[in-house]
Design a protein around this ligand. Structure first.
Ligand code: UD1
Ligand code: UDP
Length: 381
């Protein structure tokens, strides 16, 4: 069978890497054309800086994309629309049996719509995630729209957790649903040892294990609301009185800080190498895993980073009002604080939670399950 995989943004390269590896392993061993999967890789170009894109292909050994659409940044409609029309052209040419999409970005939505309109089945990896407070349409965040629409046009829904399966049931989606686990866990397990033996990031930043906090911020709900962003910055400043805060800054957030009229928001940009709040460029995946592994605590609004903190058993503080990854909250390793500086501080200084007795995100071999389901389904697609 022929599969077109569509990626475009940083977390999607990380999620696609283990599945692509499992497909190649299968191709190698396939005895006949029935079980052989040929993967065509399409990069929309949503993320394009070297440190947001190419570095992940190099580090994670992802094959060079067969198509690079070079769509780049833009308002939601323009960006998604351009992707939709360019992906459609590729799908018409390639005529795949399945289009595989990941997560909840505009690249996910565009690919799912393009495929569905051509009556090509869609497989969604990371299906069924929903926020708990997103029921009122006016308050929908972009990711929630992308997830919900993608799930409703997908034929194969690969759920990372039982909660995700239940969310789909609530929306009447029961057919084609597979509880497989989380492919990001596969990626982490495959790379963490190498990260901790080869990454020089701690030495380069002059950091000792357990003597710094790690932070990331990029969600539109935080970056596009200057009050929230100021509040987060105030929290980081407070927390950094105890130990330095290392902040690999997403380009979206850097642009907001740089163009802000507020001197407070611009202030961390001019901080030196030894500042308590240290802004650095986005780091490659292996450096990120090393930074995460040795942090006292991680403060983030990223979906992927919340889970990685949990898998590495590093306490996490989530700078949002809700999270799709409710299991990390229930097990005590994640704390939802919004953007209140005092709450951020208290959560960052809380004691380390007890070791969990369950593993809600699968066994780290999710990619193989995804490929097995696809192979099986290819007979009936
Ligand atoms: C996107 C996803 C978000 C995901 C995140 C992962 C959508 C709607 N959002 O958000 O769900 O969590 O990726 O990181 O798809 N930019 C650069 N260089 C780049 C990429 C972006 O400078 O390589 C800047 C541009 O100014 C751009 C802004 O970042 O306008 C936002 O990029 P965009 O891809 O639209 O959304 P993200 O915030 O990255
Ligand atoms: N990440 C990275 N370098 C960074 C920041 C994040 O490699 O400087 C990785 C992180 O380890 C995780 C993924 O990017 O695997 C998360 O992506 P992001 O936070 O951009 O998006 P989200 O998960 O919120 O959609």
């Amino acid at each position: 069978m022929k599969l077109v995989t569509v990626v475009g943004a940083r977390p999607q390269f990380i999620k696609a890497a283990p599945v692509s590896r499992a497909i190649r392993a299968r191709e190698h061993h396939a005895r006949n054309n029935l079980t052989r999967i040929t993967e065509v890789l399409l990069h929309t170009g949503q993320h394009y800086d070297d440190n947001m894109s190419e570095v992940f292909f190099r580090q994670l050994d992802i094959p060079k994309p067969d198509y690079h659409l070079g769509v780049g940044s833009g308002p939601h409609g323009a960006q998604t629309g351009e992707m939709l029309s360019k992906i459609e052209e590729v799908l018409v040419k390639e005529r795949p049996d399945l289009v595989l999409v990941y997560g909840d970005t505009n690249s996910t939505l565009a690919a799912a719509l393009a495929a569905a309109k051509l009556n090509i089945p869609v497989g969604h990896v990371e299906a069924g995630l929903r926020g708990t407070k997103q029921r009122i349409p006016q308050r929908w965040i972009p990711e929630e729209i992308n997830r919900a629409v993608t799930d409703h046009v997908s034929s194969l829904l690969f759920c990372p957790t039982e909660t995700a399966v239940k969310n789909l049931v609530q929306e009447g989606i029961v057919k084609g649903v597979h509880l497989v686990g989380d492919v990001m866990y596969d990626a982490l397990l495959y790379n963490v040892k190498v990260a901790n033996t080869t990454s020089k990031i701690l030495v380069r930043l002059n950091l000792a294990s357990q003597e710094y906090y790690l932070a990331t911020v990029h969600r539109a709900e935080n970056t596009d609301d200057l009050d929230r962003l100021s509040s987060i910055l105030e929290g980081f400043r407070k927390i950094s009185e105890a130990y330095p805060v290392i902040w690999p800054v997403h380009p979206r957030t850097r642009k907001v800080l740089e163009s802000s009229p507020s001197t407070f928001l611009r202030s961390p940009l001019s901080s030196g190498k030894d500042a308590r709040l240290q802004l650095i460029e986005p780091v490659p995946y292996l450096d990120m895993l090393a930074l995460e592994s040795h942090a006292r605590c991680i403060l983030t609004d990223s979906g992927g980073v919340q889970k990685e903190a949990y898998w590495l058993r590093v306490p996490c503080v989530t700078l949002r009002e809700e999270t799709e990854w409710v299991e990390t909250l229930e097990l005590g390793w994640n704390k939802l604080v919004g953007t209140n500086p005092q709450a951020m501080c208290e959560a960052a200084h809380r004691p380390v939670p007890p070791e969990p007795s369950v593993e809600p995100f699968g066994n780290g071999r999710t990619a193989e399950s995804v490929v097995a389901v696809i192979t099986c389904a290819s007979m009936s697609l």
